[in-house]
Each structure stands twice: as C-alpha cells, then as structure tokens.
Ligand binder design. Structure first.
Ligand SMILES: [Zn+2]
Length: 441
C-alpha cells in the first residue's frame, strides 16, 4: 500500500556524540524567555538525542517556509513552519493569528494541527512565528506526478480521507479555500492530512457580506468564484475535491487553463452551458460571457476515459462534486455516504485509523467513523483586532498560553549549522503565486 518512502529513513539513530545536537535548528529553551539573536542554547536542558538526518527545507508557500527538523526532546522528526514578517500590515498579522488559532484548535487525524509553538522572544523582538507540526513525507501533488503506481484502492482511501477531514473542518465552520493536491500531506502509510490554513476563514452567514475572490489555486477554483460571486460557502472546497478526484484517476490536472476565463471555459466544455439559474450568484459580465458563447452540450461521458478505474460509481460521485451550481453540489457528509467510498472507509478503519483497535476477539470499530468537531471554533478573538500592536499583543499571549506546561519549551538555535539558510529562507514570490481572478467589471 505504501506509495511514499519507507519509514526506516525517518527513524532516528539514538547514538553518536551529544555535541552534534548543537547543529540542530530546534533547541530546548531555558526557562528564561530568550532573544533569538545571540541566545546560547543550554546543553543541559536539551535532550541528548542526536539527529541522524540534517535539518532541511521541504516546502515554500505563499505565507511560510517549512523545514524538516528534529525535536531535541524526543529525537522525532517534525515539521517546523516559519511565518516571517508577521507584523508588516494588519491584514497579514490577522491572517497569521487566524491560522495559528485554527492549527491549535483542530483535532482530527485528517487535518494537520500544531504540536507546539516555539517560545517567542521578548515582545519587542517578536517578528516571526514558528510552529511545529507532525512531519509527513509527501503530498498528493508529489505522488500524482511521480511514477509510483496509484491503484483504485489508493484513490478510494485518499478520497475518503480528504472528505473525512473536510467534513470535520466544515463542522468547525471553517472554509479551507485552497484545497489542492499540494495541500494534502501523505505519509508512508497513506494517511492523509489537510494542511495550510493560510487562506482559511470561518463561513460567512450573512449573504450580503462581500467575500474575497483571491482564493483557491486557479485549477481547483470553483465556477462561482471564477464568475465573480460576492458570497460563497463550503461548496467551493467540494469543487476542488472533484477536480482532485479526477486528477487522482488520470494523473493529469482536470481543468488546466492559462487564465481564469479559460478556466471557466474548460469547465463549461465538460459540464455544458449552465442554466441561467445555476449562474444566479455570478456577476453580470461573467454571466454574459457564458451566454454569448455558442451553446455547449455536456460531455461528462469523457470522465469514463480518465482511467480504467473510472467506474460507474466513481463517475457518479465525481459528477455530484463537479456541479456548476454550488447549491446543488454534494456536501462532504453526503459524499461520504456514497457507495464509492465504502471500500475506502473499510480499509481506513481496518488498518490505518487511530479510532478503532484490535481486541483478542476482533476489531473494535468506533461508533463514529467520520466525527465532527467536539467544540465549536469561536472566532470572537477576531473582534477587536483593530491595530497591528493589538494583534501582536494578543498573538503573543496566545502563544504563551498554548505552550504545553508539561514539556520543555522549544526555541531556535541560532548557532546551528543550518541556521543561516533557515533564517534567509523566503516565501514564494508574488510571480510564483497563482493568477488572480479575472476582473469582470
Ligand atoms: Zn477507525
């Protein structure tokens, strides 16, 4: 079943000279709040574990840089995300605060969450935030473009976990708004976690409130966003899942367009010209663009040619996800009830999940295969974020509160071998980011 590297590469060697831990970026902090610059890492408080693998970058996103590092307290490899220049403007620091709150709130096996946040320096020197999460070896994008075989079972178990994670996220009232293969992390056991909440936000219950269209990487962007709707909801994430489902089967991007207009045209090539009512939330100019074109019949039968694994059940579910009108698109909970996912659920809960376990008389299955959140995610913390200094203060307090009292806090070791390259790692340049939506009017 494994499609990514074996765990053995990951296992730590618990021997070797203790001094080697000086080379690691992550260090156990002393009880005194340190300054990043010039902080001397106290060797006695660090665990004597020596990392066998060097710290290295594993990803660069729009809002952060992720490195693979060793937790000095137990020698486990973890992912360290650096969020630089947090307090440049009010929008960016509110976004980071929101992402951090989410990472600390989420508790679900198919959603990435924060294991730790590094001890911040004195508030006067507080500019960057470092979050520790579980390290996953790969992501769906890397797997799709690799030569590794993807069986029908792989597709089912991946799709099951994507929807299972999304059902949970949506139960917390969070829209992810950037579901794409690169944001679906996968480990060597094929366990999958949704990550990167840089664009996520809570659902907007008020229809009259305008929401940004600067969301979702273009290939996975729902038609309502492409058509300039002012208000959208959970369904945008489900559209992205439909695109990823097709991509898992064919190993090609389903709608790979150069521009947002072409993106919309590719969608209507497959689904046919939408009925006027299916475009009711679109802006006038976008609706006129679609109506001006020659009437297109749907060509959904093409979905059967995606792969040998594109069975009737697979295509049926895909057609429920790739629905033009967001109000008619299937929801995550409903999609999970589709018969196509029965085998994925069985496989996941037979040998991959943490919610079921073996007993001498057989497997003890959980009562809730696809759990929702236990407690609602409160967004009231956003209410009085009126200035950068206010956000900074609240963020600082939140981080200190989050630090687990039972474990030694972590900090960055500026004397480590790779500190220089870690400190200079940059986020993606604007030119590398997906194109903005088309401006219709
Ligand atoms: Zn289970």
């Amino acid at each position: 079943m494994a499609v990514v590297g074996q765990r053995s590469r990951q296992l730590m060697a618990f021997h070797g000279p203790a001094a080697a831990s000086q080379h690691a970026i992550l260090a156990a902090a002393s009880s005194v709040v340190p300054y990043y610059t010039g902080a001397v890492v106290p060797q006695h408080s660090a665990s004597p574990v020596t990392p066998s693998a060097p710290d290295r970058p594993i990803g660069y996103g729009a809002f952060g840089v992720v490195w693979s590092v060793t937790d000095p307290r137990d020698g486990k490899r973890v992912a360290l995300k650096k969020m630089p220049n947090v307090f440049q403007n009010l929008i960016s620091c509110k976004r980071v605060y929101r992402e951090l709150k989410m990472l600390c709130h989420f508790k679900h096996d198919n959603v990435l969450s924060a294991q730790d946040i590094l001890q911040p320096p004195h508030i006067d020197f507080f500019q960057e935030i470092y979050v520790v999460t579980e390290l996953m070896q790969s992501d769906l994008h890397k797997i799709i473009v690799s030569p590794q075989p993807l069986t029908a079972d792989h597709v089912k178990v991946f799709l099951y976990q994507i929807l299972r994670g999304l059902k949970y996220l949506h139960s917390t009232r969070v829209l992810h708004r950037d579901i794409k293969p690169g944001n679906l992390l996968v480990n060597s056991n094929c366990c999958l976690k949704i990550c990167d909440f840089g664009l996520a936000r809570v659902v907007e219950p008020d229809d009259s409130v305008n929401m940004t269209q600067e969301v979702v990487t273009q290939y996975y962007r729902a038609p309502e966003i492409l058509m300039g709707t002012r208000h959208y909801s959970y369904a945008v994430d489900l559209w992205s899942v439909g695109c990823i489902f097709a991509e898992l089967l064919s190993r090609r991007i389903l709608f790979q367009a150069q521009t947002p207009i072409q993106q919309l045209d590719l969608i209507t090539d497959l689904l046919g010209t939408p009925a006027r009512d299916d475009m009711r939330t679109a802006c006038d100019a976008a609706r006129q663009h679609v109506m001006r074109q020659k009437h297109k019949p749907p060509t959904l039968a093409a979905l059967y040619t995606l792969s040998n694994h594109a069975t009737h059940e697979a295509v049926h579910l895909m057609c429920r996800l790739l629905v033009f009108d967001p109000a008619k698109r299937i929801a995550a909970a409903e999609a999970l009830a589709h018969p196509y996912l029965d085998e994925g659920r069985l496989r996941y809960h037979s040998c991959m999940c943490k919610c079921c376990y073996n007993t001498p008389t057989g497997r003890n299955y959980t009562g809730q295969f696809e759990p929702d959140t236990q407690g609602a995610f409160s967004f009231s913390f956003e209410n009085d974020l009126t200035s950068i200094s206010r956000v900074k203060e609240k963020l600082y307090k939140t981080i200190l509160e989050q630090q687990a009292c039972t474990r030694v806090p972590l900090c960055i070791n500026p004397t480590s071998a790779s500190y220089k390259s870690f400190a200079s790692s940059q986020c993606a340049q604007p030119s590398e980011l997906p194109p903005s939506p088309h401006v219709w009017e």
